[in-house]
Ligand binder design. Sequence first.
Ligand code: PNW
Length: 592
Amino acid sequence: MRSSPGFCAALAAYSVVGTAVGQNFTASVTLSLEDYWSLYVGPIEQASINTTVEATPVPTESLIPPPGLYYPPFPTGHEAPLQAKNESWAFPKDFKFGVSSAAYQVEGAAKDEGKGPSIWDVLSHRVPGYITTNETGDIANNQYYLYKQAVTHENKTARKFESLWASEVIVEYRNFKKDIARIAAMGVKVYSFSISWARIFPFGSGQVNEQGLAHYQDVIDTCLEYGVEPAITLFHWDLPLALQNSYGGLLSPKFIPDFLEYARTIFTRFGDKVDHFITFNEPTVVCGFYPLPEGYFKASNIPKQQQPYYCGQNLLIAHSQAYHLAKSLNLTAQITLKLNGGYKIPLTNSTADLEAVQRAWDWNEGLWAKPIFLDGDYPTSVKSYVSKFLPELTAEQKAALNGSADLFAHDAYTSHFYSAPDTGTDACVANSSHPLFPKCVNETWAYPAASGGWALGPAADPLVPWLHKATEWVPALMRYIQDTWKPRGGILVTEFGFAEPFEAQKTLLPDILLDQQRSAYFKGFMEGLLIAIAEGTNVVGALAWSLIDNLEWTSGNSVKFGLQYVNYTTQERYYKASFFHFADVFKKYHEQ
Ligand code: PNW
């Protein structure tokens, strides 16, 4: 379809869809990448820094640890404490201790160096209120240009912090912006980030954009230079727009070969330098974005209620094929996908609520985990619904799915209570107009009125209603995953984090940086993992969300998940107290 080699000049024939609700027309036109941007997205904001920064160091002052928590922090074992260091706790030597981010949330440079538009460029620019603050990822943290820090040198003044906060050598940190150096400075071992598919294939498939590949090559090399392991997610929701417009994106099986070609490109270029590839981030969430808002993308005739499951089946098949592709290319990296969800607690001891808990596992984790880790097929309750409309998975597809993950990667933020619908599960399952259909479970974070109606833990920011600190349930969650899906490579917690309440409303830097609730969350969560490990669960790593404040999808910048604050005027980064506390527990309990 495209004729010329350079992307600026590349032309493509695309089906154009109406941009207003009710305006459905189709026409075939020939568009340059520039035209494609103008038609579907419009003008893109530019950051003031729009070339990759040169090295300048970051100040030592930014590495001074915060005062203690209002309760004892992890003791070293040397003080005379009320709480001794727990000698039966340890993170194994090769534990993956890291921080995470995702391309659209941090990169900015939305239209630079040959990148094509993704569906998130449209959602942010064209769909009023889809991001409640009407912000965009045009500039975000400008990480596309600010990731880099050249080789640093030892600084004597900084050395006094060495035993406290840095594992190797503390370097000079005069520059506030360089993301990878700041990861290394905290003694963090892994940086988990995602690649923007539309930077590699501006139209999702077809010709490769070498500039995009060169960028990630340098990000990976910079990580390695700093002793930080890159862990790469191929797809963290920013689908190339052209794939949505030409065939409905993940709703179509045409998605599978395109994803595979993208995966092949990444595996061949970077496979020798990366130990962990994650194919998809949170299938439950990304498939839950379907149906997309009407009028902005190619319309689909798949019933809205069924769209998440069409997406799901294509995603599963694409994942399993990418897994086997990686193996056929002799990659030594571990390959998996990231699921999400918490421990599921029955609201009451009734049989109906216990059944609801099982349904909740089946519909949230099981529909991905059972085929991949157990037997190639959906849980019974899911299958009895999806078999009404989806093509049955073939024997070959099931065989490819079964065993297609080297470890269980899980985004394990919180936990919830589950109960059966008031009308009973069967009545809901039989009624597609029931508001809880097809999952047919109630979810809440509050104990029943008979138990006082308390929240199961302190609430995060009110704009993140799904999130409470429920870290007491972490050992149970880890145990459940291990016992149920028996992952051969153990469990990697790929995201966990907390939106400090009202943080976005704070204006004074010292107040922003002392994020007490997030610190308590990380302390509790890491304790939960230590307990799980001590009890014999194979937890192999923990990657905190997030490296940095970033664009929180539909909430924009109105909620903050960062371990670092970002001043969006200057793009300066500052460590929050929670980052120190997160690093502290690892230092004290990591086996040397
Ligand atoms: C993750 N839930 O999404 C995403 O991977 C990140 O990109 C995002 O910024 C982060 O969590 C914080 O929201 C989730 O409803 C979305 O349980 C929803 C849920 C969990 C994770």
